[in-house]
Ligand binder design. Structure first.
Ligand code: ADP
Ligand code: MG
Ligand code: ZN
Length: 605
């Protein structure tokens, strides 16, 4: 809106000029009238001599009097009033005295012009508002309020991001593409249009998105998903359109939408008519924009979220955000790299070993670690030291983790140990049941949202059919974690809840759907397992079988799970020494890859 100069702007000065001119004329006219200004002493004399016929008091100070006989070509005299006692004294002394009339010219100008100026202002304001409304009101709102930040040079490079090398490697391809879109185009390669960065808060998603733009040396358009959520239908959609329009003009470039979940939240069942209209429109506009451009145009859309599960599936379909890059909490090596990067900015004591700090901070993110470095520097300053030593770091870690521990963000050493044995339990069960090739990576750092620790199983091939033997083995692997915990610590922890849930699911389906239990037989009981809150999905389902059958099903399921659990326990008991050895290595390194696990395979009995 700023670029439009108001056509009324210049007129104000004409008005001011006119007013000034009028005042000048008025003064001149006064001067030409037959009024003579006289000293106050003369006025007093004339008064005493009875030469005045009428006296006018003008305001507080000016006296105008009519002369009985016009003298010196004037019928009136004008003078400025003085303090009477002072005047009397002067009179007695025979002095000629007078007061200067106060100059009211500028005050008059103000008095005359101010109201006029205010009125003009109000009128201009209204006129401006009105014309804006006429020229496409919604677009104007969309344009003026959307907080789209454009940075031609983000000044962030991949070297400013540490500890998340896998994500970097995945995004390198995007950088290459943006640097040279034609090369990719010529070979017929199709770039992903949208890449969704998924990971917990503070892991460096925003940072790495900027780094992609910085490396590729392209403009970076960024906005926050929440900026598009508006009260009025159509406003959010207009902003989305605006964002893409601006970006298209500067391709190749990157559009980054932070917190995509705010905008791309899965459509809910409407609570009332019109409740979701605005969100729907905004989301639809985003989908339309995504479909409307081709990666050949040189625009790459990046988005970040820490809640991928609530994002509307339509956004994740192929041709939209069809690539996801997971940005995890860093493991020990990653944390060390991040600490080293951030401590470049501070002056450190010689021989300071940051790996100790890294060892103290499992579960913390890049943002937490950046904070720790900063806090350590502050502590050193308070201590009036000229460099930061290890004690400062330890204190900083203690300070920051006290709060984080309560929120469950920092993993305590004991938890870490339980998780390590649990995860290795899965691995050993997998090796023993012949599923080793499926283990991709084991970690005790919380991944994504929720579960602590994870063993990433890679599906070796797309499976549509599984034999009952395979299902049983899968259950053994799932329960291996829990079996290892029991073997090592003599008790269970809540960390296995998800595993048990999955194992029970498999058993339930095997019995009621696949007819894999001899006692229940080959009959499909189309039913859903009772869950915590009634039944899954269909709350009003009625059971179509007898209590006796129900008992049989329950017994068969329980038996299947118990058998798998027993088998898992046997495997782990036999391999206790390997379990301990591997768990210790995992505790030390926090993540183990396929290669790290290779040496253990041969040892499994
Ligand atoms: P997110 O967007 O995932 O919530 P940010 O990118 O906003 O996290 O990270 C916040 C800050 O934390 C960054 O500006 C940076 O200083 C620091 N940081 C986070 N992750 C990293 C990392 N991997 N390497 C270096 N610094 C990091
Ligand atoms: Mg962010
Ligand atoms: Zn588990």
């Amino acid at each position: 809106m700023e670029d439009r100069i108001s056509p009324y702007h210049i007129n104000i000065w004409y008005v001011v000029l006119a007013v000034v001119a009028a005042l000048l004329l008025h003064d001149g006219w006064l001067a030409r009238r037959d009024v003579r200004t006289v000293p106050y002493s003369e006025f007093e004399t004339l008064l005493e001599h009875g030469s005045l016929s009428e006296v006018d008091l003008q305001g507080d100070t000016t006296i105008r009097a009519r002369l009985k006989k016009p003298a010196q070509g004037a019928r009136y005299i004008e003078t400025v009033k003085m303090d009477p006692t002072f005047a009397a004294k002067l009179q007695k002394a025979g002095v000629r005295y007078q007061a200067e009339p106060e100059n009211t010219f500028f005050r008059n100008i103000l008095l005359w012009t101010l109201p006029v100026l205010i009125m003009i202002g109000v009128w201009l304001f209204i006129a401006k508002r009105f014309s804006a409304r006429l020229q496409g009101g919604v677009m104007a709102i969309g344009k003026s309020k959307a907080k789209i930040y454009v940075e031609s040079d983000t000044k962030v490079k991949f070297s400013d991001v540490a500890g998340i090398d896998e994500a970097k490697a995945e995004l390198q391809e995007i950088v290459d593409f943006l640097k040279n879109p034609n090369k990719f185009h010529r070979l017929g390669g199709r770039m992903p249009k949208g890449v969704l960065l998924v990971g917990p808060p503070g892991t460096g998603k925003t940072l790495i998105a900027k780094a992609v733009a910085g490396e590729a040396e392209v403009p970076f358009f960024s906005s926050n998903g929440a900026e598009f959520v508006e009260m009025f239908v159509g406003v959010g959609a207009a902003r989305v359109r605006d964002l893409f329009e601006q970006a298209k003009r500067r391709a190749p470039c990157i559009i980054f939408i932070d917190e995509l979940d705010a905008l791309g939240r899965a459509r809910l069942v409407a609570v009332g008519p019109g409740v979701n209209d605005e969100k729907e429109q905004t989301l639809n506009q985003l989908l339309a924009e995504l479909d409307g451009f081709d990666s050949a145009s040189g625009i790459i859309l990046l988005a970040a979220t820490n809640r991928p599960e609530i994002i509307d599936p339509a956004l994740l379909r192929s041709g939209r955000f069809d690539r996801q890059v997971v940005i995890d909490r860093p493991d020990k090596a990653g944390r060390l790299a991040i600490l080293e990067l951030h401590s470049k900015k501070i002056k450190m004591a010689p021989h300071l070993d940051l790996s100790h700090v890294a060892a103290l901070t499992p579960g913390l993110t890049g943002a937490d670690l950046a904070n720790i470095v900063n806090e350590a520097a502050l502590i050193a300053v308070r201590r009036e030291s000229d460099s930061v030593n290890e004690g400062d770091f330890t204190e900083a870690v203690e300070r920051l983790t006290a709060g984080l521990e309560k929120k469950g963000r920092l993993i305590s050493p004991f938890e870490k140990k339980i998780v390590a044995y649990h995860e290795i339990g899965h691995v050993i069960a997998a090796i023993a049941t012949g599923n080793i090739e499926q283990i991709h990576k084991v970690s005790i750092i919380p991944r994504g949202v929720g579960a602590i620790g994870y063993t990433m199983q890679r599906p070796s091939e797309e499976r549509f059919l599984m034999t009952d033997d395979e299902l049983k083995k899968k259950m053994i692997v799932l329960l291996g974690g829990r079996a290892a915990e029991q073997l090592e610590f003599g008790h269970f922890s809540t960390g296995a809840a998800d595993d048990i849930d999955k194992a029970t699911d498999i058993a339930w389906n095997a019995v009621t759907k696949y007819g894999m239990s001899a006692s229940v037989g080959n009959i499909v009981y189309d039913t859903r397992r009772p869950t915590f809150l009634g039944y899954e999905q269909t709350p009003f389902q009625t059971r179509t079988y007898s209590d006796e059958t129900a008992n049989k099903i329950d017994a068969a399921v329980a038996d299947m799970v118990a058998t798998a659990m027993q088998r898992a326990s046997e495997i782990l008991t036999k391999n206790k020494s390997t379990l301990e050895e591997a768990a210790k290595l995992l505790l030390k390194r926090e993540t183990l890859t396929e290669t790290d696990l290779k040496p253990f395979v041969a040892k499994i009995l």
